[in-house]
Write a protein that binds this ligand. Sequence first.
Ligand code: NDP
Length: 291
Amino acid sequence: MNLVKLSCLHHVEMPILGLGTFKLKGKDLMYKTLETALAAGYRSIDTAAVYRNESDIGDCLKELLPKFNLERKDIFITSKLGPKDQGKGKCKEACLRSIENLQTGYLDLYLIHWPGTQGKKPEDQSNIQQRQESWNDLEDLHKEGKLRAIGVSNYEQRHLEELLSTCSIPPAVLQIEFHPHLVQSSLVSFCKQHNIHFQAYSSLGTTSDDNKLLTDLTVADIAARYDKNPAQILLRWAIQQDIGVIPKSTNPTHIKENIDIFSFSLAESDMCKLSNLDSQHHYCWNPASVT
Ligand code: NDP
């Protein structure tokens, strides 16, 4: 598995591919999914307080790690601060609660999930102070070693600029929606320039009955030429740009397919064809309105 070295106080390497767990609920399904993923070679799991599955993940890992001869340090776990818990003290409490739920002693990466605070209007100026206070809490927990790396999610460039100008420890990761229908090239360049690892979410177009990305004709045409499926093409397109991916699946065949993206590469012309599909379309949240 390719590893990405994160810019932070500790020595931290994150697998470029992890398993997404949004909407993955129920201990039996979680157990089967994590069992298949660990057997297939996944070593990174993405969750969040708002997914309400941290305890299930914690319980399942406790049983599964010994089964695979793995230790805590062999697994990379990301969680995120729920938007209702922004602010001084609240953020720290929420983070420690996530660690307790996951039963892992520490987290490898913890992200501020959203630049706003739940219940506040997106244009409310106090969102700014609240997220800065949350970041200060994360810096303290990072120094203590409870969070090996810290970062943000759904921050646009202006949110990142504000954070970079006020923080004492810069964010190691930006996790944001990114796929050929939402390419975000200037944000990718900004992150490269500031040593912030860019991690894509919803690389496959989210969980939807009307998925417009997996059925895109250009993606399907490229997939047929490489004898791969559309999901593999979408994931390969991202990692070939050093962008992390966290595809979500509960289907054992898909879980295995999604990690089988390291043994082929896309020609530059096909990379461009995919990038040219950009329609600035968000299939998930759009943080544009958050002050
Ligand atoms: P994805 O873009 O990963 O798409 C998941 C969907 O694709 C599911 O319906 C899944 O179905 C299907 N799928 C997966 N693999 C294949 C395959 N090989 N062939 C065909 N279909 C496939 O969705 P998410 O929006 O969940 O994004 C991934 C992860 O990113 C989340 O789970 C979460 O961890 C994170 N995320 C973070 C956000 C944030 O605000 N920070 C927001 C949204 C997501 P099936 O299960 O049947 O395989």
